[in-house]
Ligand binder design. Structure first.
Ligand code: ATP
Ligand code: MG
Length: 358
């Protein structure tokens, strides 16, 4: 992505449930940042990739969704899923997972950062103690469809599902992690595997960690088994800087990490195609939350923080920092916090508080 362009076209997909409520607040923050930092935004909203669209058209997205999205700089995504009307496996497979695959978004990136005003479930931690990134391989690994199911329903039944790792796939996500660490103060990468139990693929991953680490003289690294690493997330989260893992282990760690730093309503995530050959996608960690949808009480911070990640990705570093600072300030003000954080602000009041600070 060019940093001198300063004009960005963005596909906006609100999706379902609280996605429709938090997205306007994410956009409000983007527009405030655009006004304050002098870049142009061309936002195009899409109805598809929602269960409402599915009910009208029998599929989550039109066949020509790629053309409809067009050559955008990024995709800003809310949340998808409404299990009452469309089973999750359909709504997810036909939407977010298609974006990941078709746009080769091979990095899933989530910050694990304790924010002020968010009660930490780990005792005795202060904001500043926990601040690291989880980098998850997002396209291969354990989530493959290679396998088989033989003799179903008999007592000879066998099921097999293979893990697929390619050198290209492993190397590129490791490089992303080392690149990210090289730009940070501590410059440290932690890799998660389970080489004592999964004795073919995981040692391969470990060997690629050593090979890629050799390209980054200024970045230190260590390797953990996933079970110990999960325990360390809870017991010693301050020791991490950038954590990189395979698709399955990364999936688990990228939920555990944000869970260690408080409410699900504030955590953002990104699905990134680092080369910029395809657009990257930015979305809150939370889902469509049918239990609270339509009440105007959802926390919009996860969506707004995702906007900050998107601005960072687009090269608008100062704007991204300002959005993050505005979030931090809002989270400590009683009338900015939403109900999940023991405040009484509505979704819109919280969003407006952040936007005015930007
Ligand atoms: P996914 O759709 O990602 O699989 P899920 O459907 O299991 O996730 P969510 O939709 O994220 O779960 O909701 C989990 C719980 O967290 C629900 O009780 C929901 O109300 C709450 N929650 C999720 N997002 C928010 C938010 N932004 N603000 C307040 N509460 C939230
Ligand atoms: Mg859900």
């Amino acid at each position: 992505v060019q940093t001198d362009k300063r004009s960005y076209s963005i596909a906006v997909i609100a999706g379902d449930g609280i996605g429709k409520e938090v997205m306007p607040e994410g956009v409000r923050a983007l527009e405030a940042a655009s006004a304050a930092f002098g870049f142009q935004l061309d936002l195009k909203w899409h109805e598809f990739s929602s269960c409402d669209y599915y009910l009208k058209h029998g599929q989550m997205m039109p066949d020509d969704w790629k053309q409809q999205i067009g050559p955008v700089d990024a995709i800003f995504f809310g949340a998808v899923g409404w299990p009452e009307t469309v089973p999750d496996h359909i709504s997810l497979w036909q939407s977010i997972l298609q974006f990941r695959r078709e746009y080769d978004q091979y990095v899933n990136l989530r910050p694990v950062r304790l924010m002020p005003g968010v009660p930490c479930p780990l005792a005795g931690r202060e904001p500043g103690d926990i601040d690291f990134w989880v980098v998850r391989e997002n396209t291969e690994g354990e989530y493959s469809s290679v396998g088989g199911h033989m003799f179903p329903g008999t007592d000879r039944e066998i099921v097999i599902q293979e893990t697929v790792m390619t050198r290209l796939g492993v190397d590129r996500v490791l490089r992303y992690a080392f690149d990210l660490a090289s730009k940070r103060e501590r410059k440290h990468v932690t890799s998660a595997t389970k080489s004592n139990g999964i004795a073919i693929t995981m040692p391969f991953w470990d060997s690629r960690v050593e090979a890629i680490a050799a390209e980054y003289a200024g970045v230190s690294h260590d390797k953990y088994h996933i079970d110990i690493l999960a325990a360390q997330f809870v017991m010693n989260p301050q020791r991490f800087d950038v954590v990189v893992a395979s698709n399955l282990f990364g999936d688990i760690l990228s939920d555990l990490g944000p869970a260690c730093t408080g409410t699900i309503g504030v955590a953002p995530s990104a699905n990134i195609n680092p080369e910029g050959a395809f657009p990257s996608l930015f979305e809150p960690v939370h889902g469509s939350a049918p239990d609270i949808a339509g009440q105007g009480i959802a926390n919009p911070v996860g969506q707004i923080w995702s906007a900050a990640m998107m601005l960072e990705h687009l090269g608008e570093t100062a704007a991204a920092a300002s959005v993050l600072a505005a979030i931090e300030e809002t989270l400590v003000s009683a009338n900015g916090r939403t109900r999940d954080l023991k405040g009484n602000a509505s979704t819109e009041e919280c969003g407006k508080a952040v936007a005015s600070l930007i």
